[in-house]
Design a protein around this ligand. Structure first.
Ligand SMILES: *[C@@H]1O[C@H](CO)[C@@H](O)[C@H](O)[C@H]1NC(C)=O
Ligand SMILES: *[C@@H]1O[C@H](CO)[C@@H](O)[C@H](O)[C@H]1NC(C)=O
Ligand SMILES: *[C@@H]1O[C@H](CO)[C@@H](O)[C@H](O)[C@H]1NC(C)=O
Ligand SMILES: *[C@@H]1O[C@H](CO)[C@@H](O)[C@H](O)[C@H]1NC(C)=O
Ligand SMILES: *[C@@H]1O[C@H](CO)[C@@H](O)[C@H](O)[C@H]1NC(C)=O
Ligand SMILES: *[C@@H]1O[C@H](CO)[C@@H](O)[C@H](O)[C@H]1NC(C)=O
Length: 315
């Protein structure tokens, strides 16, 4: 398919009464038809066949209700690096074919309800914002959503029921946030990640947060994820049943935590995993020795950065 890039440049000389949504900014639109040059960004709503909208390095502090409401063929929206701060309710109202929303590197603090709910999107990316608060219905009923990227924000907690009717996620990136240990016994990822297929790439990224413990319930129901990243936290303890539900994990990364040992039951849950990264933890010598023997027995490559000191530990 041939996409033709159209550049819409708002005219600075004439007062623009039509600047309801965008003011004086540049928008690139892509569509597979003849090129059209629009002089006012807001007239994008008259371009009913537009499939892609891209706004980058402009000033767009508010994404208003109904911004794209005429664009029923719109599939991809990129609004990155625009100092976008406020998402008004129903900003994507009436856009019934949306597949991708990329709002990376803006200043969004709150993800309210009624912005993303009920959309047909496959991917939502909110990487590199300042998000502290997710409304409990923020991601309500997104049955096509497979990729959710919230990396590099300031999120400390997830509301329960955040993924009500949203259960086809397979790549969930929560790295570089501020999760600590407020987590109760709720199964936070159970519903969201429940339909991953074995042939699909799947990821739960919780790296570079502030976890000190992974309790027995936190990852309950996370059965099918292939890559589980818990590296670069402050984890001191992993509950003995915490990893029990993993079925076909290929990678579990625990590098850069404060672990001195793993319970035998945790080790046995790790039997299914091919790549286990345990580097850069203050492992006790007795655990290092135990892990060496375990790897030999399981025929797993031992990539630990410590070696058993046999003169200190006899077995
Ligand atoms: C939608 O498009 C029609 C023309 O096709 C136009 O009259 C109307 O103002 C547009 N609506 C918005 C919200 O821009
Ligand atoms: C929704 O989009 C259609 C075009 O697909 C348009 O005719 C209709 O006016 C839009 N509705 C609203 C509320 O903007
Ligand atoms: C989602 O769709 C349902 C059914 O059409 C509707 O009742 C509900 O208000 C919608 N929610 C949002 C947030 O748009
Ligand atoms: C979920 O969203 C779809 C549109 O994607 C809508 O048709 C359906 O009614 C919604 N269901 C509920 C229960 O809100
Ligand atoms: C990380 O957790 C520790 C202990 O729970 C706490 O003292 C510290 O303030 C937290 N750091 C951040 C950046 O949240
Ligand atoms: C092994 O442990 C003994 C006794 O604690 C100690 O003297 C020795 O330096 C250790 N060797 C290594 C390589 O750490």
């Amino acid at each position: 398919m041939l996409f033709i890039s159209l550049i819409v440049i708002a005219c600075f000389c004439a007062p623009n009464t039509n600047s309801q949504y965008f003011d004086y900014i540049t928008i690139k639109i892509y569509r597979n038809d003849k090129p059209v040059t629009l002089l006012q960004a807001d007239t994008v709503n008259n371009e009913e066949e537009v499939t892609d909208v891209s706004i980058e390095f402009e000033k767009l502090p508010i994404l208003k209700t109904g911004t794209f409401q005429n664009l029923s063929y719109l599939r991809n929206v990129h609004i990155n690096s625009n100092n976008l701060e406020i998402l008004e309710p129903h900003s994507f109202r009436n856009v019934s074919n949306l597949r991708l929303i990329n709002l990376n590197f803006n200043r969004i603090k709150i993800v309210p309800e009624n912005v993303f709910a009920n959309l047909t999107v496959f991917k939502i990316s909110l990487r590199g914002n300042s998000i502290t608060t997710l409304h409990p219905n923020a991601f309500y009923n997104l049955s096509d959503l497979e990729v959710l990227d919230l990396n590099s924000n300031k999120i400390k907690e997830l509301p329960q029921d955040l993924f009500y009717l949203t259960n086809n996620i397979r790549q969930f990136d929560l790295g570089y946030n501020q999760f600590g240990n407020y987590f109760d016994d709720y199964k936070y990822f159970d519903e969201a990640l429940s339909n991953i297929q074995r042939y699909q790439d799947s990821l739960l990224d919780l790296s570079f947060n502030n976890f000190t413990e992974i309790n027995n319930n936190f990852l309950r129901g996370v059965q099918f994820v292939k890559e589980l990243l818990l590296n670069n936290n402050n984890i001191r303890r992993i509950g003995e049943m915490a990893l029990d539900d993993l079925r076909w994990a290929e990678t579990v990364d625990l590098e850069g935590n404060d672990l001195e040992e793993l319970d035998d039951k945790v080790l046995s849950a790790l039997q299914v995993v091919q790549n286990i990264n345990l580097q850069n933890n203050p492992w006790s010598n007795s655990f290092v020795c135990k892990y060496e023997r375990w790897c030999e027995k399981q025929e797993i490559v031992n990539t630990m950065d410590m070696a058993c000191n046999t003169s200190e530990y006899t077995y």
